[in-house]
Design a protein around this ligand. Structure first.
Ligand SMILES: [Zn+2]
Length: 872
């Protein structure tokens, strides 16, 4: 699965299940019969939001059984037999089970049996189970159906053993209107015309697979296909949208070829469809085997798509296709190891991106996006080990978080860099070949890679995945003035912490690369708490630890080396420049080094710095402005940000250049958006001129330019944009415009936007995203709106989002009073959501502390670095 939009939106939300919750029992089947084959037949009624179902399940039991229990949820059973004999049946909604009871004197004997259950179920309006989406097509409301089962909602379609290690063959049959297209995991094997304009379609048997990968879609679709080395790659979209599928087909083709080569195993199914549906849910896309589901904005690319949107589509397509092997062909045994599934797919997506689009520089981009976010969360209260105990489906749902995806990815990246690409790949291939069509645990992969490489992979992997947090290395070099030839450096480790509760005593086995500028390199694994001494090169010039930035740790240098690196900053590789900036930004916040060290680095940024570094600096300038809000320094801090970024904007210009590259185009958009937010009058005036003049905006800057106009909107501007949002009919465009409209900085306009979320005008799935967008400029306003309209807003959210959304909204605040308000709001939250709330309150406290403790030094530095007045 790919990420939850709320997390993308707020980038600060952490969800973590309760560590070792004593009360919850493992919600899974240990013994009992084994399902071998499901024949599931469903007849949906999209208008009535119900379906009729019948399941024939072949099971095998090694012992005699008085009862048979499987999962079922929200199903109304009318009939149940085993081997043709009627049996008692009882559903338990709390346990999410269906129990079939045999006569006590005639239990089910050991061997093979066939269960038949006749039932009905419900079609959801939110994206889980079998669900429906509505959309407008030339003024006609149409409906499409799709399924979303991970982690535990396949049991809403049919009774089954709904856990990842109960693999079975699925034969799905659907009866649907003849003028609609039906899509399953496999191609159709049989179709039969029925009376009443209906067609019954039976899909070919799937390979043995876990239930969460089962898929069905029904709708007025069109399908475009491309042959990729014998695999039929399809993109399935609403009728009339095929002109937006070319990028997805290209991404699909490139990913299929890349992964087939990497894994050394052919894609195992005859076809691979990518299905786009309008709307939004608690996820972006889902890797159902042979039938990947996407919400449109993560699949469709057209002439209005920005570079960021294009890159995002490629990354998500690659992530989901990586799962077709890693996750689908070999599946985690239980949700404890979800991180391996998701971290690995995210890591492979970056590798596929690097192969297809090296100019996008995905590893560097990953450092500023995912890795920095994961590290910030992992240094505070509320984090959890990557490998965690998951007992229930609710806990499994909560496990799809930033730590799982982003720390998971970064740890895998570090291990690959340590053992080398070839040996790592050989280990992955050995792992997949040994367990295909089966299940595995995390340690099975490390064991395979350790065997392939002969390196102590297990020790490193366990230390980074089995405990919370990550290390900061404190590095001290020999005094070069006293001993010019002494190239020794001493390294110690401790946990990197942003709050007192996180200053705990873990230690890690850390693979590191130390390098002198223009000199030698030294690799080592740092294991204990005592200082490790390394000789790096044979001179005493400046050195880097974590050269290449593949390690999941931060590095704090002694003053002399930090100053030497600052002086020669422009000579460092771009990725190491970025690494230093990210480390010293984090130290500025944690207090390990003064924030002015970070500013000293910004001061020496090269004029031709990599676009990703410029974008990262823009984000820092925006953060400083945010911290300064309402303080006496606000205008000076914003002006400093404008001064820092303007040379890069002048260099980039407003007009895209031929062949400039995707990242350069992306960074231009970031600069426009950030300078606009910092109050750069020239940028605001230019954005207004272009939007008010109804100029056709290049796609790469369109969202940024409208964003500057929208956040500075007058009432007339707002009304004009509102009219556009109302007139938009495509969900992707509706999503952009409504969220932009919500960014207005005028509080009266923000009130108007909030009020609109309670009406019917904004598409249903967008309403809470709009509230979250308002929170960007008006955190308190949005929060109070949530509190006042709690019942109405909860009705827009699924049960999990009811926990995520308020915590995410509160966590972007810097007001210490918000801590108590969130705690009061969350009083009735389930025990499992406690760490989520704790993480949000830790984020609020940290931001408040950054402002009160760290900003004075920043303000002093900025005052001392005012631009020199010209001599008279
Ligand atoms: Zn995934």
């Amino acid at each position: 699965m790919t990420f939850r939009p709320f997390v993308l939106l707020l980038a600060v939300l952490l969800l973590a299940p309760a560590a070792g919750a004593q009360t919850s029992q493992r919600q899974w089947f240990e013994g009992g019969p084994t399902p071998l084959r499901y024949e599931i037949s469903v007849t949906p009624d999209a208008e009535a939001a119900t379906f009729a179902g019948e399941a024939r399940i072949t099971i095998e039991s090694s012992e005699a059984l008085p009862i048979v229990t499987m999962n079922a949820l929200g199903l109304t059973v009318s009939q149940a037999t085993i081997d043709g004999q009627g049996v008692g049946f009882d559903t338990d909604q709390d346990a999410q089970t269906l129990t079939l009871t045999l006569t006590p004197r005639r239990p089910l004997r050991a061997g093979r049996h066939t269960i038949r259950v006749v039932y009905s179920g419900v079609i959801q309006d939110d994206a889980y189970g079998l669900f429906r989406v509505s959309y407008q097509d030339d003024g006609v409301t149409k409906r499409a159906l799709a399924t979303q089962f991970e982690p535990g909602d396949a049991r809403r379609l049919a009774p089954m053993w709904d856990q990842p290690n109960r693999r079975a063959v699925f034969a799905l049959t659907v009866t649907a209107p003849s003028d609609q297209m039906v899509i399953g995991n496999m191609p159709a094997a049989r179709t039969q015309r029925l009376a009443g304009g209906l067609t019954r379609t039976t899909f070919a048997d799937t390979p043995s697979m876990p239930s969460y990968l089962l898929f069905l879609a029904v709708g007025d679709f069109e399908r475009v296909t491309r042959d990729v080395d014998g695999v039929e790659l399809g993109v399935v979209v609403r009728r009339g949208e095929t002109h937006r599928t070319a990028a997805a087909l290209d991404a699909g083709e490139q990913s299929l070829r890349y992964f087939t080569d990497y894994f050394g195993i052919r894609y195992p199914l005859p076809k691979l469809d990518m299905i786009g549906v309008p709307g939004a849910g608690g996820f972006g896309a889902m890797e159902n085997w042979g039938a990947i589901l996407y919400f449109d904005q993560y699949l469709l690319v057209d002439e209005t798509s920005s570079e960021a949107e294009r890159q995002n589509v490629f990354g998500i397509v690659a992530h989901e296709i990586a799962h077709q092997w890693f996750g689908n062909l070999v599946t985690m045994t239980w949700w404890d190891d979800l991180w391996l599934n998701e971290g690995f797919a995210s890591w492979m997506a970056a590798k596929a991106t690097e192969a297809a689009h090296p100019d996008w520089n995905p590893w560097m981009a990953q450092l500023t996006d995912g890795t920095a976010t994961a590290m910030a969360l992992d240094a505070r209260t509320g984090t959890h080990p990557v490998v965690q105990t998951v007992n229930t489906i609710d806990e499994a749902n909560l496990a799809f978080d930033t730590i799982t995806y982003e720390k998971g990815l970064a740890v895998i990246r570090m291990l690959e860099a340590y053992v080398g690409e070839e040996d790592f790949r050989q280990g992955v291939r050995d792992y997949l070949n040994a367990r295909h069509y089966g299940n595995a645990r995390t340690e099975d992969l490390w064991t395979a890679i350790q065997a392939a490489s002969g390196q102590p992979v297990l020790e490193i992997a366990r230390s980074f995945t089995g405990q919370p947090g990550f290390p900061v290395l404190t590095v001290t070099g020999a005094d070069c003035r006293r001993a010019p030839d002494d190239a020794q450096i001493a390294i110690t480790q401790r946990r990197f912490a942003m709050d007192d509760a996180s200053r705990t005593g873990e230690r890690w086995a850390i693979p590191l690369v130390a390098r002198r500028l223009g000199g030698g390199e030294q690799r080592a694994v740092l294991a204990g708490l005592a200082a490790t001494t390394l000789a790096v090169g044979d001179t005493c010039g400046p050195y880097l630890v974590n050269a290449g930035q593949s390690g999941f740790f931060r590095v704090l240098y002694d003053e002399a080396n930090f100053r030497a690196l600052t002086q020669r900053f422009g000579q460092l590789q771009s990725v190491d420049q970025l690494g230093l900036l990210l480390d010293y930004w984090a130290f500025g916040r944690s207090g390990d080094a003064p924030f002015t060290d970070y500013l000293d680095l910004v001061n020496v940024l090269p004029a031709d710095a990599d676009p990703i570094i410029v974008a990262d600096t823009a984000a820092s300038m925006a953060a400083f402005a945010d911290y300064a809000e309402g303080r006496a320094s606000e205008a000076a801090v914003k002006a400093y940000g404008v001064r820092t970024l303007r040379p890069y904007m002048e260099r980039a210009g407003w007009t895209p250049r031929q062949g400039e590259g995707s990242n350069a185009a992306n960074t231009r958009a970031t600069l426009i958006a950030t300078l606009g937010a910092l109050g750069d009058e020239a940028v605001i005036a230019e954005a207004r001129r272009r939007v008010r003049g109804a100029e056709t905006l290049p796609a790469s800057i369109r969202t940024a330019v409208i964003g500057v106009y929208a956040s500075n909107a007058t009432t007339a501007d707002y009304d004009a944009l509102l009219a556009q949002a109302r007139a938009a009919s495509d969900f992707v465009e509706q999503r952009r415009l409504w969220r932009l409209l919500a960014s207005a900085s005028d509080p009266a306009l923000a009130h108007r936007t909030l009020a609109l979320t309670l009406g019917e005008e904004i598409p249903r799935q967008l309403r809470t995203q709009v509230i979250a967008s308002v929170a960007g400029a008006h955190p308190r306003l949005a929060w109070e709106f949530l509190v006042q309209n709690r019942t109405a807003i909860e009705a827009m959210l699924d049960p999990l989002q009811r926990l995520e959304f308020p915590t995410g909204l509160a966590s972007i605040s810097s007001d210490p009073a918000m801590v108590a308000e969130l705690e009061a709001y969350a009083r009735d939250f389930p025990e499992g959501a406690r760490p989520t709330v704790a993480a949000a309150t830790a984020a609020i406290r940290l931001r408040a502390e950054t402002i009160s403790e760290r900003m004075p030094a920043v303000e002093g530095w900025i005052a001392a670095h005012q631009p020199r007045r010209r001599a008279r």
